[in-house]
Design a binder for this molecule. Structure first.
Ligand code: FES
Ligand SMILES: [Fe+2]
Length: 436
């Protein structure tokens, strides 16, 4: 297959199955997309102290997110310049004053600069290597930028700035942080990790797929709704709130999903406008409102909690539910293997019950222990199996095609067409542009 052909696999309303199953295409998209654009590495609060690090995958590259002595955050390739050993083997930790390779004890500063090689002078005199050779340092990600504590890296020297790349999808981070009385969030260590036996794009498409919840999650939603009704009769409204997070999957029926909207942006980003009652009037919410009004004033408070977003998709690897402080990062491992990291955050300065609500959503909807996640995972695996078969050549994204509303570079699903496959068309359009 000639590489120039890849973009032709994408038509406005359908995509060739090989886009999901071909190992060569996977290599090319890692190079052209994941190892080029801005990829989320982690939150600054994951590494508060000097020497704190987290291992993270960018495309096929093992990387290290680390806090330096000067408080700066660095992103380095997890590879020793000597013989290639990974510098850190653990997922996270504190490396102390320096990184020290476990193979032959070369040491490095937190910013990747070489610190020492045992018996450097006698061992390397007259060779191509001396203490100042740049190839003796841990290689750094070409570009690192942080926005409101969320750290991104790009492995390409050139390209748009982080802000330019995110465009309007930056609202994911503003909406999450603005909802904190102190204007900041703090990560909850640690995350859930799930490896899916399916292509990474299946997960990304599913995140803003308004057509699937009332079908895929119907049984889970119905069961939760039964419990919710019993609790309501017993007047245990506080407990019913977390069941409501699940019952909405059944009570919001497929026809009602058309009332919602997706807004699609350049580079494959997308917003799904809000669908849940995110402003309940229970005592916990009212107490939170008070703290927020004190911090921001009534007018700004209304603006903040009035942001109508349920979900922001940051292409190619991030799904953020900002009003519920949830973030999922997608790390492709192979054409048919995908890791998702499932994180959630605390709103700094907010009362504890607001955090418990976020935790409840995390556990009930996004964790691997919930039926919701299991429902989706089963579909992802079955999709990948079906796509790998000879049973057909195309994946269809034709729903409501031709009705999208284009204005100022954005594409909105038309009124009463919230189940439009516009977000999938938008992602594949971006994919084709990157692959061209
Ligand atoms: S491989 Fe790292 S010091 Fe030798
Ligand atoms: Fe789902």
């Amino acid at each position: 297959m000639k590489q120039a052909d890849y973009a032709s696999f994408v038509e406005p309303d359908r995509v060739r199955k090989e886009v999901y199953t071909d190992a060569q295409i996977f290599e090319r998209e890692m190079e052209r997309i994941h190892e080029t654009v801005w990829i989320y590495c982690g939150h600054e609060s994951q590494i508060p102290k000097a020497g704190d690090y987290y291992a993270v995958q960018i495309g096929r590259q093992p990387m290290i997110l680390v806090r330096g002595k000067d408080k700066k955050v660095h992103v380095l390739y997890n590879r020793c310049p000597h013989r290639g050993n990974m510098i850190v083997g653990d997922r996270k930790g504190n490396t102390g004053e320096q990184f020290r390779c476990s193979y032959h004890a070369w040491t490095f500063h937190h910013d990747g600069k070489l610190k020492n090689i045992p018996m450097m002078e006698s061992g390397y005199a007259g060779t191509r290597l001396n203490k100042d050779s740049p190839e003796l340092c841990l290689k750094r990600a070409a570009r690192v930028e942080s926005y409101r504590g969320f750290v991104f890296a790009s492995l390409a020297e050139k390209g748009p700035s982080l802000k330019e790349y995110l465009g309007k999808a930056i609202v994911a981070f503003d909406d999450m942080c603005d909802r904190a009385p102190e204007g900041e969030v703090e990560v909850v260590p640690n995350c859930f990790r799930v490896i899916q036996h399916s292509n990474w794009k299946l997960f990304m498409e599913n995140q803003i797929d308004a057509l699937h919840p009332s079908v895929t999650h119907q049984s889970t939603g119905r069961a939760a709704h039964e419990v919710e009704k019993i609790l309501a009769r017993k007047a245990k409204a506080g407990e019913a709130l977390s069941y409501h997070m699940l019952s909405a999957f059944a009570t919001v029926t497929i026809d009602k999903w058309d009332n919602f909207q997706t807004i699609n942006y350049p580079h494959g980003h997308c917003i799904l406008t809000g669908y849940m009652g995110l402003r309940p009037q229970d005592p916990d919410t009212l107490a939170y409102d008070k703290v927020m009004i004190k911090a921001y004033g009534k007018k700004r408070f209304e603006e903040i909690v009035g942001v109508n977003i349920h979900h922001v998709l940051v292409y190619p690897g991030l799904s953020v539910q900002s009003p519920l402080q949830q973030l999922r990062a997608v790390r492709p491992l192979g054409v048919d293997r995908t890791l998702t990291e499932i994180w959630h955050f605390r709103l700094k300065g907010a009362p504890e019950p607001i955090y418990r609500r976020s935790l409840a959503y995390y556990n009930l909807v996004n964790s691997p222990a919930t039926l919701i996640n299991a429902d989706d995972l089963e579909n992802f695996w079955k999709c990948h199996q079906g796509l790998s078969s000879e049973g057909g050549d195309w994946v269809s994204f034709a729903r409501h095609h031709g009705h999208d509303i284009e204005k100022d570079g954005t594409v909105e699903s038309a009124p009463n067409m919230g189940t439009s496959e516009a977000p999938m068309r938008n992602q594949m359009k971006a994919w084709a542009e990157f692959m061209r």
